[in-house]
Design a protein around this ligand. Structure first.
Ligand SMILES: [Zn+2]
Length: 88
């Protein structure tokens, strides 16, 4: 089977996925509000960790990733809060 990248999906296909995910989310968390228009912005704060790497801390939720600076630049969004890490 050919591998299909999500980046090359047509708009209609992506919207279909959003619909499926929205339904699944509402099944599991019926009382949780979803606001698609709210984009949270944050930035990675960091401090040196004991293991010699850095603790990168989400400015929005405090989620911490202990990793190297070359890895953290690939994290455009916080995996915990979904904040977009553009520092705005
Ligand atoms: Zn976060």
């Amino acid at each position: 089977m050919p591998e299909v990248s999500i980046d090359s999906c047509k708009k209609e296909v992506l919207i279909g996925y959003i619909g499926i995910l929205y339904r699944k989310f509402k099944e599991r968390f019926p009382n949780e509000p979803i606001n698609f228009t709210e984009v949270k912005h944050g930035e990675w704060l960091w401090e040196l960790a004991d293991n010699g790497w850095a603790d990168h801390i989400c400015s929005k939720c405090g989620y911490t990733i202990n990793t190297d600076i070359h890895v953290i630049v690939d994290y455009d969004y916080c995996p915990n809060s979904g904040a977009r890490m553009d520092g705005e």
